[in-house]
Each structure stands twice: as structure tokens, then as C-alpha cells.
Design a protein around this ligand. Structure first.
Ligand code: AMP
Ligand code: GLY
Length: 421
């Protein structure tokens, strides 16, 4: 009998995963809570929000779901995997305790230090005045001020000097812009280099690495403007050599899994360490205990194996028994957003041109919904257009060629995703 699978989230990442799961003969029914217009064409959207754990457990029982595949960050630190497991539902995703790798930056920093995983030196503070005194003692050494808790991807402030660091402490600890996430902050040495995203399937004991990918966090071309959830991604990541990938597996991913297992909180699910490649080597910037968005959109089109089979094997602790194959093709994903994102923007504009897309190019929906006029915008990031090709340059040309066929009022996108590679 086929499986009844639950996804939680409403991004293009969830649409991409749903699209891939739909190709699995092992999946009978897909449920996406709350989903978007894209996911509604692949399964059943459930009107439950990602942090509503009681609502998700209830819906899972009502819909006789037998597998949960974690993609986004919100539900796991609230214990969704623990609750569903108690109901006898197989889960690919971290327990509440294992999700601390992402949900507490203070905890994960201690973990990295304890296990010799290279990361920027940092100190943790819960007292504002002590934090200020520490910043003052550093003079003008550049630091990064990080709210320890989950802050919807916002709680990190990269500072150029002591003055900016004091302002950052004020924002996090006095104004409390990130709420309780900023009750504890890390003051971390600022690293210089280039970033890449590592993703790995994990079964609690072993990991299978995915290809590396790169995302673009700033809203504007040339990495200008505000930080966003991500404006585009491509894979493979330029500059990551096979030696570097092997070193990351050996020095970051494997020690992480060993450390988590030794602590009695084995890590099952997708592990996504964000990395900075510096002159001294590769450093972990942060752990994410989930799939990246928009990296997933670029990765998923390169996965040749059955995603459900891989995740089920991982959930059963049998990742060594599956073969995970990837295409040699490169992929590029360009996010189309609503003007004003990530600040304020208008919603409800008709999206045109979706039927003009090349058949082998994917449009993964994020902020979209159906109304009487058709599919309309309903969020900041509206969709991701993903194309493949023999090279990044070829994939990029095709992605932008298709992006230009889609239009809606106030549409904007970066013109330089995967440019110059
Ligand atoms: P996050 O919001 O946690 O995904 O991280 C935000 C961004 O802050 C990262 O992608 C990096 O560009 C930057 N960042 C975080 N930590 C450091 C660091 N120690 N040195 C330099 N940049 C950093
Ligand atoms: N691509 C950034 C993130 O998913 O956090």
C-alpha cells in the first residue's frame, strides 16, 4: 500500500519537495499544511499553520498520515516529530532535542566547540550591560551579533565596528526586535570569505551528502539591499572542490552526527550547515535543521533517486541501504518577488504567463493562491523558476528566459543570480 505523506510549510521549497514526492510510486496521497496554489495541484492543502502543533497532530490522525517529511524550521523545535512519533507516524526530521542545533545558537556554538567543529569564536550573553562591556573591550574589532533563538532568519546583525555592535545589542536586547529570541545573544568574531550551503540526508547514524549549492540572501543586484529569505540559488556551488566537499563531510557533518548520537539526541532529517570558506579553511556559520529555501528548489531537480525512498530509509535508520543519485546537470533557480519585499508589499495581483513555461523548466510556487481571477500573488516571495543545463551559464540563460515570460504587477527579481560563473 502506498503512503500518505505530510509536509508542513507554504514556500517554493515545499512545492518543490511535493513535486518530487509526486513522482514516487510509493506515495499515494500528499497533504501540505498550509501549502499554496502550487501544492494544491499535487495534493491536499490543509488549513493548519506550521506552529500549530496540536492542529497538525489532529490533522495527521484525521487524514491517516503515516509519514512526515520535515522541510521548514518552525514545527520541529515545538516537538512535532516527537508528537507524531508517539502516534506511530514515521518521521524524517529532527526531534525537539535534536532541532536545538538550529533553534538555539548558544547551544549549537557550545556543541561545535565541544566537538572540535570549526566555527567563529563567540561569547554568549543574557545580560545587556555585560554584552556592551564585552563589545567595548574589543575596540573596533568587527563582530556579528546573533540572537540565539529562532528569529525567522532575521536575528543576525553583521557589524563593521564597535559602534554598530552596540546598536545591534540595543536592537536585540533593549528594543527586542526579535522578541524572546534575543534574550540571549552571541557576539561572534566576523569571518571573511565566501559562503556555500551544505545539505545532507541523515538517519541518526550516517549522512549522505547532497551536492553543494549557493543562495543569494540580499534583495538587490550585487548583494545590496535588505536580507531576505533568499532571492535565488544554484547548484553545484562554484568553488567547492571534491576535496573541500570531502573535508566538510569528515570535519563537519560526521562529527555533528557522532556528537548528537553520543548526547542521546541522534539527528535524523536534513542537516544544512551554512558554511563560510575563509583563508584558514571552512567554518560553520550556523546549523539549519531542515532544507534550505531556495537551495532546495535548485537541488531537487538534480535528484534522480526517489526522494520518498531516501527519506523513508533515513527515518528507519537505514540510509546505508539506499543509493542516492544526482544528475550532472547544473541548475539555477530565480525567485520572483513582490516589490517591497522583505519589507511591505501589496498582494492579490494576477500572475500571467505560467502556461508559457518550457516543459522541462519548473515553477515552484511560494506566495500564491487561487481566487476567482486565477492564480494571484499572496506573499513576498511569489515563486521560484528553476532550469537545468549542462553548465551553470546554460541553466541561468534558460531560467531567465522563462522568468521573462511570467508577469504580475510589482514583480521584481534579481538579475544577477548565478551570473559570472
Ligand atoms: P542567517 O540569518 O543566520 O542565515 O545568517 C545571516 C548571514 O550572516 C549569513 O549568511 C552570513 O552572511 C552572515 N554571518 C553570520 N555569521 C557570520 C560571521 N561569523 N562572520 C561573517 N558573516 C556572518
Ligand atoms: N537559504 C537560506 C535558508 O534557507 O535559511
Amino acid at each position: 500500500m502506498g503512503h500518505r505523506v505530510l509536509l508542513v510549510g507554504m514556500g517554493a521549497r515545499e512545492h518543490a519537495v511535493a513535486w518530487k514526492l509526486r513522482q514516487s510510486p510509493l506515495v499515494d496521497e500528499l497533504f501540505i499544511a498550509p501549502g499554496n496554489a502550487g501544492t494544491s495541484r499535487l495534493g491536499t492543502n490543509l488549513a493548519v499553520q506550521p506552529k500549530d502543533i496540536e492542529g497538525l497532530v489532529k490533522a495527521a490522525k484525521e487524514q491517516r498520515i503515516d509519514f512526515y517529511l520535515a522541510t521548514m524550521d518552525d514545527p520541529q523545535p515545538l516537538g512535532l516529530v516527537d508528537r507524531l512519533t508517539a502516534e506511530g507516524i514515521l518521521c524524517y526530521g529532527p526531534t525537539q532535542a535534536a532541532a536545538r542545533l538550529e533553534s538555539s545558537k548558544a547551544w549549537s556554538k557550545e556543541f561545535m566547540v565541544a566537538h572540535g567543529i570549526r566555527t567563529a569564536a563567540a561569547r554568549t550573553f543574557s545580560d545587556y550591560r555585560e554584552a556592551c562591556r564585552y563589545v567595548e573591550s574589543l575596540g573596533d574589532r568587527p563582530v556579528v551579533v546573533k540572537s540565539s533563538g529562532l528569529a525567522a532568519g532575521k536575528g543576525v546583525i553583521v557589524c563593521n565596528n564597535g559602534h554598530e555592535a552596540l546598536q545591534a545589542l540595543d536592537i536585540a536586547m533593549v528594543r527586542r526586535d526579535f522578541g524572546s529570541a534575543g534574550d540571549t545573544v552571541l557576539i561572534e568574531q566576523r569571518l571573511y570569505g565566501w559562503e556555500t550551503s551544505c545539505h545532507a540526508f541523515c538517519d541518526g547514524k550516517i549522512a549522505v551528502m547532497m551536492p553543494f549549492s549557493s543562495d543569494y540572501k540580499r534583495a538587490g543586484d550585487g548583494d545590496t539591499g535588505l536580507n531576505t529569505g533568499g532571492m535565488g540559488a544554484y547548484s553545484p556551488s562554484a568553488g567547492v572542490t571534491p576535496e573541500m566537499a570531502a573535508a566538510v563531510q569528515r570535519e563537519v557533518v560526521e562529527p555533528t552526527l557522532e556528537g548528537m548520537a553520543a548526547a542521546g539526541t541522534p539527528y535524523c532529517g536534513t542537516l544544512y550547515p551554512g558554511l563560510m570558506v575563509t583563508e584558514d579553511g571552512v567554518s560553520v556559520i550556523e546549523y539549519n535543521a531542515r532544507f534550505g529555501d531556495p537551495e532546495t528548489q535548485a537541488l531537487i531537480v538534480r535528484l534522480e533517486s526517489d526522494l520518498f525512498e531516501v527519506c523513508r530509509a533515513a527515518a528507519e535508520g537505514k540510509l546505508d541501504q539506499v543509493d542516492v543519485r544526482w544528475s550532472d546537470q547544473a541548475s539555477v533557480g530565480v525567485v520572483m518577488a513582490s516589490a517591497g519585499y522583505p519589507a511591505t508589499y501589496k498582494l492579490g495581483y494576477i500572475i500571467r504567463g505560467l502556461e508559457d513555461i518550457d516543459p522541462d523548466v519548473q515553477v515552484f510556487h511560494a506566495g500564491t493562491k487561487d481566487d476567482a481571477r486565477g492564480i494571484v500573488t499572496s506573499g513576498g516571495r511569489v515563486l521560484t523558476v528553476v532550469a537545468s543545463g549542462p553548465t551553470i551559464a546554460a541553466a541561468r540563460t534558460r531560467a531567465y528566459d522563462n522568468v521573462r515570460r511570467i508577469s504580475f504587477t510589482d514583480a521584481f527579481y534579481r538579475k544577477d543570480i548565478a551570473a559570472g560563473l
